[in-house]
Design a protein around this ligand. Structure first.
Ligand code: SF4
Length: 313
């Protein structure tokens, strides 16, 4: 359950005015900071655990990790301060299953824009502790009826998403809201129904509707997958139907590997096909694969530029 969006004006330094180099650095660390280029956005896997069993999930094959304490995990954000990162994405698994999430969000929010992905099952109970520290929020919704949505997600999920949308509408803390739909064989003919539901339920609070291609990584992929051309055609038709009413963007047929994932033990990975390739650990900058990190940063910039252009068309 991952997605990256373009940068906005809340740069890491702009939020607090802090210096970028906290603490005493060794010469080697300073050299690393000067030579390593990170992407503007890093996806933190807060936990690999989840309370759903979505059939379109591709998170089954995550590498194992040994979590650090809450303080140590908050310290991971501090160690990223010098690298011109402006956004931390909180994802999983389901991030709300981690009791440390409110503290981690609050800590990261001091210096970074925060973007929280959730399946919403726990959101109605936890929103008050989370929303003050969230700039962007993403909910998943794969159908315009409970039945269609449950085909990819689970019974009860549809109702939780609608309840969570209501909470955002009524909240004094209103992050930019994205709805993410994984387009499948089952729902690609219902996208206009889903769009209509979003217009009705979200009103002016919806920032973007993201249509995701069903990647060839999930356990049930074959049951749900569409050819990319069919996906793109359905997405274009949907964009045309809602032009001027909903901002819509959809997965490109490339750049699926344009992500940098940080795990709860500080290990960094980028996806390569069905595997995760290690690119270092935040706790030890000497382990950074500078060439690979730079390539990931370039890919993410290129992908975000293409997606922004696509959204304007
Ligand atoms: S909520 Fe996200 S992480 Fe959990 S099973 Fe569904 S797609 Fe996977």
């Amino acid at each position: 359950m991952v997605c990256v969006v373009p940068t906005c004006g809340n740069s890491a330094r702009g939020r607090t005015g802090q210096t970028a180099l906290p603490g005493n650095k060794t010469d080697e660390e300073t050299k690393t900071i000067m030579t390593v280029r990170f992407p503007h956005s890093v996806d933190f896997i807060i936990t690999a655990r989840c309370n759903l069993f979505c059939k379109v999930c591709w998170g089954w094959e995550m590498p194992p990790y040994r979590p650090l304490s809450t303080e140590e995990r908050a310290g991971l954000f501090d160690r990223l301060l010098p690298y011109n990162i402006d956004q931390i994405v909180f994802t999983g698994g389901e991030p709300l299953l981690d009791d440390a999430l409110p503290a981690l969000l609050a800590h990261a929010h001091q210096n970074f824009r925060t973007f929280l992905f959730t399946n919403t099952m726990l959101f109605p109970d936890m929103h008050a502790a989370l929303l003050p520290h969230v700039d962007r929020l993403s909910f998943s919704l794969d159908g315009d009826t409970a039945e269609l949505n449950a085909a990819a997600r689970a019974p009860g999920h549809f109702e939780k998403v609608l309840e969570s949308i209501r909470i955002i509408r009524d909240s004094p803390h209103r992050p930019r809201l994205q709805i993410l739909t994984v387009v499948t064989r089952q729902n690609h003919c219902h996208l206009q129904g889903i769009g209509g539901l979003l217009l009705e339920r979200c009103g002016g609070i919806l920032s973007r509707w993201k249509l995701n291609f069903c990647r060839d990584m999930g356990r049930y992929h074959k049951e749900f997958a569409l050819p990319y051309d069919t996906f793109a055609e359905a997405a274009e038709d949907t964009k045309a139907a809602f032009r001027g009413r909903l901002r819509i963007r959809y997965s490109l047929n490339q750049h699926d590997d344009a992500y940098l994932f940080a795990f709860p033990d500080g290990n960094l990975y980028t996806p390569e096909g069905r595997a995760y390739r290690p690119v270092g650990n935040i706790l030890d900058p000497r382990t950074y694969d500078a060439a690979k990190l730079s390539t990931i940063a370039e890919k993410i910039e290129q992908r975000d530029r293409l997606l922004a252009e696509q959204e304007q068309r």
